[in-house]
Design a binder for this molecule. Structure first.
Ligand code: 13P
Length: 255
């Protein structure tokens, strides 16, 4: 089965950027630029503090909402955390889980990723599960084993049906925020490897339906070439999602 059955998904990860008013201004501009664009899912992931305002701003538009993280308990004495029911309540459809910055700076592991993925799914939030190798790991030939650990650990214990609600984001750490994009061939190679893993761990049918995004210095100028790869089904965009024009252009260059 080919790519045609998978709707591409372009998500903007705003990371630690934008006050509420800046977030609403960006969203308002973006909504107008992508109005009527179909054949691609468009998602924005503001900080927790801006979720509510952005959620109101995208009502009746074709832009969907994601959070950048979630905790695995629903409520209780967990100071500083935000739960899946809370994200659902504020209007999130998606949640980014296991971003390399969370793995690097905040102690996220394959086990915590897996707990968060399961919790998100049980609350009808679709996880965007991030995986990716660091530069030293690539240079020492460990890319596939790292990706295998991230995928197998992150999706452990899921049913094939549950996996269908997940999106995988392949983000080579050396390409994030560096301006150094993976070549389309490098991206395709890992995306195909991921799809084969999903085939081995789940089923052929599921593997051919799950969307795999590429992330790492995606810009309007390189989006089309990356998206043209047979196993690249969208992008997780950092820096270039902070301006409506460039993010909208990436969306348009995808279809
Ligand atoms: P950049 O697009 O800024 O490289 O960030 C990618 C990323 O980490 C998206 O989650």
């Amino acid at each position: 089965m080919g790519r045609t059955m998978r709707t591409p998904i372009i998500a903007g990860n705003w990371k630690l950027n934008k006050t509420v008013s800046e977030a609403v201004a960006l969203t308002s501009e973006l909504k107008e630029l992508v109005e009527g664009t179909d054949g691609v899912e468009i998602v924005v992931a503001p900080t927790f503090t801006a979720l509510h305002a952005v959620s109101n701003s995208i009502k009746d538009s074709n832009v969907l909402l994601a959070a950048q993280d979630v905790y695995w308990e629903d409520s209780g004495a967990y100071t500083g955390e935000v739960s899946a029911p809370m994200l659902k309540d504020v209007g999130c459809d998606y949640v980014i889980i296991g971003h390399s910055e969370r793995r690097q700076y905040f102690g996220e592991t394959n086990e915590t990723v897996n707990q968060k993925v399961k919790t998100a799914l049980s609350h009808n939030l679709k996880p965007i599960v991030c995986v990716g190798e660091q530069l030293e790991e690539r240079e020492s030939g460990q890319t596939e084993s790292i990706i295998k650990d991230h995928i197998t650990g992150g999706t452990s214990g899921l049913t094939a049906d549950a996996l269908l609600s997940c999106v995988i984001a392949y983000e080579p750490v050396w390409a994030i925020g560096t301006g150094k994009t993976a070549t389309p061939e490098q991206a395709q190679e890992v995306h195909q490897f991921i799809r084969n893993l999903l085939r081995d761990n789940f089923s052929d049918e599921v593997a051919s339906q799950v969307r795999i995004q590429y992330g790492g210095s995606v810009k309007p100028e390189n989006a089309a070439e990356l998206m043209a790869q047979p196993d690249v089904d969208g992008a997780l965009v950092g820096g270039a999602s902070l301006q409506a024009e460039s993010f909208a252009q990436i969306v348009k260059n995808t279809i």
